[in-house]
Design a protein around this ligand. Structure first.
Ligand SMILES: C[S@@+](CC[C@H](N)C(=O)[O-])C[C@H]1O[C@@H](n2cnc3c(N)ncnc32)[C@H](O)[C@@H]1O
Length: 274
């Protein structure tokens, strides 16, 4: 791993993550022999609006029986949803060995380990042949990647001609100063934000054609406002993103919400075709 990736990996690292998830499930008296995807939904999608937004994103194209790659797959929730709902074969790649171990173990726990596969590695050096996936999917990852040309170049390279690239991401709106910590970076040196039109320029110059684009900012603001109100009233959820972000969860989420409200950051999803 290069020094930047090492720092990113350390930022996300959570020792004994899978065991902690199991313990939290047991504390809720959930039978570990009959775990459903819904039981782990609070923790296995590490982006704003969790499972709801992945479901929306998935409705944008025909995903049935497709071979999908998730770049920066985290704990693997989106891959499991695609395997379960659309019979996809979903491969995830992530920098974090602990996230990859947890993602594979969670897939086994819910009986989706025959259709979802998680490997450790960098999205900027994909260990896959050219033109090998029908769909490349990525959510809330590129903010951690300094070399956008490499990141989007790899997505384009492994995508089959006619295949789709789906993204859901956080972008800068302008050159205003961003204050940290954020969920993806406790300090500025881990964060490599670009504007959404800069991203569009890169992917279009690679040969991907824009199909659709959705501004998700207001939906993200509404989600965080209601989540933070719930946490204030009832305390942290029994199995939520607090497991991944620890003691600084509320300050990271409050900070991100403030930047979205002030118009310094935007949330956008979209679809491109090769
Ligand atoms: C905010 S999490 C999102 C995880 C997942 N996409 C999701 O939405 O549930 C960001 C993830 O990107 C991964 N990541 C960051 N840089 C990466 C890189 N260069 N290659 C692969 N994964 C990376 C991190 O390890 C982390 O799991």
């Amino acid at each position: 791993m290069n020094p930047v990736d090492q720092k990113i990996e350390a930022h996300y690292h959570k020792e004994g993550l899978f065991e902690e998830i199991l313990a939290r499930l047991e504390n809720q008296n959930i039978d570990l022999n009959h775990i459903q995807r819904s039981d782990i939904a609070g923790v296995d999608e590490f982006h704003m609006r969790g499972a709801a937004v992945s479901k929306e994103l998935a409705a944008a194209i025909d995903l049935n029986d497709k071979k999908v790659l998730d770049m920066g797959s985290g704990l693997g929730g989106p891959c499991r949803m695609l395997a379960d709902k659309f019979n996809c074969t979903a491969t995830g790649i992530d920098l974090s060995p602990e996230f990859v171990r947890t993602a594979n173990a969670l897939s086994k726990l819910v009986g989706l380990d025959d259709k979802t596969f998680f490997i450790q590695g960098s999205a900027t050096r994909l260990p896959f042949e050219d033109n090998s996936f029908d769909v490349v999917w990525t959510q809330h990852v590129q903010m951690n990647v300094p070399d956008k040309q490499l990141f989007y170049g790899e997505a384009h390279r492994v995508l089959k001609p006619g295949g789709h690239f789906l993204y859901y991401d956080i972008f800068r709106k302008n050159d205003g100063k961003i204050q940290y910590p954020m969920p993806w970076a406790s300090q500025e040196s881990l964060s490599f934000l670009i504007k959404n039109d800069e991203m569009a320029q890169i992917v279009e110059s690679l040969g991907l054609n824009p199909i659709s684009k959705t501004n998700q900012t207001q939906a993200g603001i509404a989600f965080f406002t209601s989540l933070l109100a719930k946490v204030k009233q009832h305390g942290p959820p029994k199995l939520g993103l607090n497991v991944l972000m620890g003691d600084s969860t509320v300050s990271k989420l409050t900070n991100l919400l403030a930047h979205l409200e002030k118009g310094l950051l935007v949330l956008e999803s979209g679809v491109y075709q090769k």
